[in-house]
Design a protein around this ligand. Structure first.
Ligand code: GSH
Length: 202
């Protein structure tokens, strides 16, 4: 069975969500970052940088990089339609939003998120600065029209929503999403999905 090396509220959480959306059977190997599991030789043999996530298939082959894992998982059951058809405009936008998430959105959200991890839980929602909120609002203005009432690609939910949504979950946790307009309601719709709730249940 596929195994996800996972630590809660890290990049691996979007992969767990993708697995839930794709309806794939998987097992979880929990990695304690505070306990240093990720730098032990056994895990370095799976992920050479000692970061989470890593996905290991039935044949023991590892895949790293959370967005690549989400995109791969999304292809495992074509009936779930998590990936638009090859060569279509929707497929082009699918690539666009996933790369946008991992470059533009992550660049704004990640620093606030890392700061949040060093704060006591009662201060998590105030980890972001006003400058970071403004920077995120600017980035989100690019996707605002797409997500006001639908998913990123319209009526069809896709793995692009998982990758973007996973980052918005971080943004929400550290207080970056307040006042972000359409992105706030989009995030609330993402959170209401049963697969999201199963993935983030613990
Ligand atoms: N670009 C990578 C980032 C992976 C990453 O930095 N993971 C963090 C947790 S979100 C981690 O494991 N940090 C500990 C470390 O790298 O030592 C991905 O998206 O998979």
């Amino acid at each position: 069975m596929i195994k996800l090396y996972h630590a809660a509220m890290t990049s691996s959480h979007r992969c767990r969500w993708a697995l839930e959306e794709a309806g794939i059977q998987y097992e979880i190997e929990r990695i304690s970052l505070s306990g240093g599991d990720h730098k032990r030789p056994e895990y370095l043999a799976v992920h050479p940088l000692g970061s989470v996530p890593a996905l290991v298939d039935d044949e023991g082959r590892a895949l790293i990089e959370s967005a690549a894992i989400c995109m791969h998982v999304a292809e495992l059951d074509p009936a779930r339609r998590l990936v638009p058809a090859d060569g279509t405009r929707a497929r082009a936008l699918y690539y666009q939003w996933i790369l946008f998430a991992m470059t533009n959105l992550d660049g704004v959200i990640h620093p606030a998120y890392l700061r949040m991890l060093r704060m006591p839980p009662e201060h998590h929602r105030s980890a972001a600065t006003d400058d970071e909120r403004a920077a995120l609002r600017r980035q989100l203005s690019a996707i605002g029209p797409s997500i006001a009432e639908s998913w990123l690609l319209g009526d069809s939910f896709s793995a692009a929503d998982v990758v973007v949504g996973g980052l918005l979950e971080w943004a929400y946790a550290c207080g970056l999403l307040q006042g972000a307009g359409a992105a706030e309601s989009y995030h609330a719709r993402l959170r209401a999905r049963p697969a999201f709730q199963r993935a983030f249940a613990d």
